[in-house]
Design a binder for this molecule. Structure first.
Ligand code: PLP
Length: 386
């Protein structure tokens, strides 16, 4: 190449969940039988009403731009959905509809982070958070959590990580990759430190055993809520999400959206309206299936010798300690790719979720019970005795 790339490119690390999955797809193309437990994508179809609403919108010519903030009808439906889930009703002017939570995150970090600023987050963490921060010249400050504590955050440790350059605290509850849910007291504490709280609530509601989620909405005047349709409504490829921002930040976020994306896809926004209207039954069907699979997978992994000291509360992942399998497992990148080549089971290396995840593997149970049982069988033949 005869031209230099921007410095930030070197600072953004590959998203290993995608890399493993891309290798899995290549193996499938060669005719191998692969079980994909590597990517955070529901194996269920979106609700039929969502697909029909999207197709109807396309056929009716709903193909142009919308208001940069999104269709008012969708923003009002988002407000109503959050009022139902969290008990807090916000003005639709605070809602910005985006192309997935990923875009909402980009806009919020663009809003908050200058060169040299810091963002505090718990680790193991969703791999993209630090990369979003680094893209804007910021520095992620990681607060460790432990498997033995169910990967729950210690609010005191978060407080100690805050310094004069801290511009945000990021929390995801339920979390990817750990499934940890932060309780109401923790969420209240995180919102009380005088720093904007960015709360990624994309897995809200995907919880089991009566665990309850707590939204950051209404906890502080400075909370941002990021949420979307990918997980609860199995709409990953629609690319639809949103940010709910503090009222004084809404205009700046809108201006960023106007410039960087213009708006979210119009016909997809109609699909979002249908998801709220008709998606509740599908969501409950998925949740009940995930609850059964979680038990099957956790019990199976424990039987094989993986360390899973606590049941994950939510989302659809098990973050399992592979170190009982010996030195090879301490390099989770090599271990995961080697397992894929030998067994056709695709899982994500723990190191994707930060150095604190090294030695772990993330298993997604957004796969059928038959696939999970087959994956466990294949792993049993390939793994050394712990
Ligand atoms: N936030 C978390 C915690 C995720 O796990 C994911 C996807 O896996 C995203 C955000 C991205 O969501 P979207 O598909 O809405 O961009």
């Amino acid at each position: 190449m005869s031209f230099p790339l921007a410095r930030r490119v070197a600072e953004v690390e590959p998203f290993l969940a995608m890399e493993v999955t891309e290798r899995a797809i290549a193996l499938e193309r060669e005719g191998r039988s692969v079980i994909r437990l590597s990517v955070g994508e529901p194996d269920f179809p979106p609700p039929l009403e969502v697909v029909e609403a999207c197709a109807r919108a396309l056929a009716a010519g709903e193909t142009g731009y919308t208001d940069s903030r999104g269709l008012l009808e969708l923003r009002e439906a988002i407000v109503a959905d959050h009022a139902r889930r969290s008990g807090v009703r916000v003005d639709p002017e605070r809602v910005l509809v985006t192309n997935g939570v990923s875009s909402a995150m980009l806009l919020v970090f663009a809003l908050l982070v200058d060169e040299g600023d810091e963002v505090v987050l718990g680790t193991p963490h969703y791999p993209c958070y630090p990369n979003f921060v680094r893209v804007f010249g910021g520095r992620p400050v990681l607060v460790p959590t432990r498997a033995e504590d169910g990967f729950r955050l210690d609010p005191d440790a978060v407080r100690r990580a805050i310094g004069p350059r801290t511009r945000a605290i990021v929390v995801a509850s339920p979390a990817n990759p750990t499934g940890a849910v932060q309780d109401a007291a923790t969420m209240r504490a995180l919102a009380s430190f005088g720093v904007p709280l960015v709360s990624d609530e994309i897995y809200d509601g995907l919880v089991y055993d009566g665990v309850r989620c707590s939204s950051a909405l209404g906890l502080s005047d400075d909370a941002f809520v990021l949420d979307g349709f990918s997980k609860r409504y199995a709409m990953t490829g629609f690319r639809l999400g949103y940010a709910i921002s503090p009222a004084p930040a809404a205009r700046a976020l809108q201006v960023l959206q106007q410039n960087l994306f213009i708006c979210a896809n119009r016909f997809v926004q109609h699909a979002g309206i249908a998801a709220f209207a008709d998606g509740a039954k599908s969501l409950e069907t998925m949740r009940a299936a995930y609850a059964r699979r979680r038990t099957l997978l956790v019990e199976g992994l424990r039987r094989l010798g993986f360390g899973v000291p606590r049941m994950p509360d939510g989302a659809f992942y098990v973050f399992a300690d592979a170190r009982p399998f010996g030195a090879a497992a301490h390099d989770s990148h090599r271990f995961a790719f080697d397992l894929l080549e030998r067994t056709g089971v695709a899982v994500t290396p723990g190191v994707d979720f930060g150095a604190a995840g090294e030695g772990f593997l993330r298993f997604s149970y957004a796969a059928s019970e038959e696939s999970l049982a087959e994956a466990l069988k294949r792993l049993e033949t390939a793994l050394p005795r712990p």
